[in-house]
Design a protein around this ligand. Sequence first.
Ligand code: 0O2
Ligand code: 0O2
Length: 221
Amino acid sequence: MDENQNWDEFLVPYQQAVEELKVKLKGIRKQFGKENLHKPVEFVTGRVKPVDSILAKAELRNISLNRLETEMQDIAGLRIMCQFVEDIHEVVRLLRNRKDIKIVEERDYITNQKESGYRSYHVVFEYPVQVIDGEKIILAEVQIRTLSMNFWATIEHSLNYKYKGEFPEDIKVRLKRAAEAVYQLDEEMSEIREEIQEAQHLFSYSKRNSLEETDDKKKLE
Ligand code: 0O2
Ligand code: 0O2
């Protein structure tokens, strides 16, 4: 961001990138669905970091505004929610094989849970955006997590907003306990993953069959 730029102008390529990447990442879900395979992606969200959050983070991390492009990695942020921890690793493998992004950093807070109890897998990558005066390569961050990790992080994030990181001791303890419960839940779900997947497969199979039967009946009428 240089002195002559305004925020709207600076954020254009980031907005473009988030929109494109949401479509592309949702595409993973669609493609697995079409093949009638277990979908490693449950849903995808994306946002451009609001200007006040950019300014707050820049101040906190001592990042000068003319170095935002290289030093703030999550101005374009995507989130991929998965059913199972195994899906997270599958998604990471899929990302590593993509030709349209160049991964520059991976942060594995699944193996190395943060002090707060936060778990998620972060991938930072370069992404080329076509803008009217050529190509611009921006940094984007995708956070990959299970539905339950997302539940925990969403609640903790809202509480963080209220307490500004200074949690009362009892809340801190509860959040840690909740993080442990989330870990146990993910473990339990992984244990019964194969059974769940079989059930999902059967469900989509019987749904397809009953739709076909309805179509056949309609044809006969
Ligand atoms: P669906 O399958 O029809 O719900 P936008 O910025 O509004 O253009 P988008 O993708 O609509 O783009 O919004 P956003 O906020 O980036 O992503 C929201 C998507 O995540 C929506 O899906 C929500 O339905 C989905 N979502 C959010 N929370 C949950 C959740 O707890 N469970 C599930 N399963 N989905 C959730 P879509 O894209 O509208 O598709
Ligand atoms: P937002 O948009 O409000 O989510 P760090 O120096 O480690 O604090 P860094 O280097 O930017 O931060 O990288 P990190 O930790 O890999 O990614 C930061 C983002 O991860 C945060 O973005 C959160 O989205 C998420 N995150 C990291 N730790 C926690 C945590 O303890 N709780 C929750 N709920 N989320 C966390 P921002 O900047 O908060 O932005």
